[in-house]
Design a protein around this ligand. Structure first.
Ligand SMILES: Nc1ncnc2c1ncn2[C@@H]1O[C@H](COP(=O)(O)OP(=O)(O)OP(=O)(O)O)[C@@H](O)[C@H]1O
Length: 240
């Protein structure tokens, strides 16, 4: 495969993960600045794909190349990657400002300029004035926006979102989606978004990866994906 020469943001080169009898294999490349919807049935391997990019899961075979560097053996914290999960993104004993500050310095040695960055990130996600609030006092949507604010101050070129909207009502989904589009537009972040919702594909994605039983069965631009009437799994997903 010649994708490495194209200098993609992420290149999974013949990656294999074996969980006992369950085997997952991925070869794919994602271009810089694109939003990729990662979808497929429950158990098809979406979270595992993200975990491989983040470094939480180590492949049994193959290479993980990020921004042109082989990072197969690089620890998660050393990768140019931020991750937002469905939930449990915040430290409950720390206030909102401190949670965001962890994105700048995990040791929390924050100067005046850092505090200004935290305030700017909170403003950007629509939570100006929330710095002293504790996570337990926030709604699910607010917590997800705080997690996004932390990703914003980290300024990593790759953002992985594992069903970040799952707990949100439709209005909040729309709001988070707008923030993500804004992030990609202004900072050219490459975003992998795990979702079960065709609506997220239509509204947010540039391209789509569809997984089945641990393998990528389709990777293509959104426009082509949305026109599909086959295979049946994809037609079902698109509610055709
Ligand atoms: N640590 C693990 N040990 C054993 N099996 C695992 C492990 N992690 C994942 N699996 C298995 O690998 C397969 C893919 O799991 P994964 O969580 O990646 O799927 P998914 O598409 O994200 O599912 P969902 O939509 O339900 O979150 C599943 O069969 C799962 O049971």
């Amino acid at each position: 495969m010649t994708v490495e020469n194209d200098n993609p943001a992420i290149f999974l080169d013949s990656v294999r993960v074996d969980f006992g009898k369950t085997r997952l294999s991925f070869t794919c490349a994602f271009q810089r600045g694109e939003i990729v919807a990662v979808t497929g049935a429950s158990g098809s391997g979406k979270s595992t794909l993200l975990n491989i990019v983040a470094g939480f899961e180590r492949p049994d075979r193959g290479r993980v190349v990020i921004l042109g560097r082989d990072m197969t053996d690089t620890a998660p914290g050393e990768r140019p990657v931020s991750v937002i999960f469905q939930d449990h993104n915040l430290f409950t004993h720390l206030d909102v400002g401190t949670n965001v500050g962890l994105g700048i310095d995990p040791g929390l040695k924050l100067d005046v300029a850092d505090k200004a960055r935290i305030a700017a990130a909170l403003l950007r996600v629509g939570l100006d004035g929330f710095a002293k609030r504790m996570p337990a006092t926030l709604s699910g949507g607010e917590r997800q926006r705080i997690a996004l604010a932390r990703a914003l101050v980290r300024r990593r070129p790759i953002l992985l979102l594992d069903e970040p909207f799952a707990a949100l009502d439709p209005a909040l989904r729309t709001g988070m989606g707008a923030l993500i589009l804004d992030l990609r537009r202004n900072e050219e972040v490459t975003i992998l978004l795990v979702t079960h919702h065709p609506e997220d594909v239509r509204r947010l994605a540039d391209s789509v990866v569809f997984l089945e039983q641990g393998a990528i069965i389709v990777q293509e631009p959104k426009v082509a994906f949305l026109e599909r009437a086959a295979p049946a799994e994809i037609a079902r997903f698109l509610e055709k």
